[in-house]
Design a protein around this ligand. Structure first.
Ligand code: MN
Length: 182
């Protein structure tokens, strides 16, 4: 968790950059905690999916996997703090600016999941086939609890994408994924 240490009276607020915020977030939670829910849903002897170690620095990656499960959907995963923040997008990724789609946040996935393709056996969590639909790097422009803006530089997708959490009465895992203006 982010912790208050002391007030920096030596720095004006304008010098607090987005990179700093992102850097702080990276230190938020160790991977083991992030991936608890992921691991709890799976039997690694039964599924070909990765267990998850942790990752080193470098450019931030993203992946979009076409997941032909009970219902076809697209899983958008953005690297954050050594794991992959994840959303299931049932109606496909918007590709024209102004288009928006519902994106349901799911549990963080391990970094290695970005290269996973394969078949998850019947009876297992997420049973069905997983194929990489797009992958690449991204640059975070804004990274807040309820709003994320990134510039994607992928094989298929390029440009600005925005995720905004929807405020609904009971659930807080519903977001909107929008293609921004470039
Ligand atoms: Mn999925």
């Amino acid at each position: 968790m982010a912790r208050f240490k002391h007030l920096r009276d030596d720095k004006p607020p304008s010098e607090c950059t987005i990179d700093q915020i992102i850097e702080d977030k990276k230190m938020d939670t160790p991977n083991t905690d992030k991936l608890k829910e992921y691991a709890s849903k799976r039997h690694f002897e039964e599924t070909p999916e990765p267990k998850g170690e942790e990752k080193k620095g470098g450019e931030l990656i993203y992946v979009i996997q076409e997941h032909n499960a009970r219902r076809l959907h697209y899983d958008l995963r953005l690297e954050s703090g050594g794991a992959l923040k994840s959303w299931a997008v049932p109606k496909g990724i918007p590709q024209k600016s102004g288009e928006r789609r519902l994106a349901v946040q799911t549990e963080d996935h391990p970094y290695e999941y970005a290269s996973f393709e394969g078949t998850i056996a019947k009876g297992q969590y997420g049973a069905g086939t997983v194929k990489i639909w797009d992958k690449g790097h991204f640059e975070p422009k804004l990274w807040e609890k309820d709003k994320i803006e990134v510039t994607l530089n992928g094989q298929t997708l390029k440009g600005r994408y925005i995720l905004v959490r929807l405020k609904t009465a009971k659930e807080d895992n519903a977001w909107l994924l929008l293609k921004g203006k470039d």
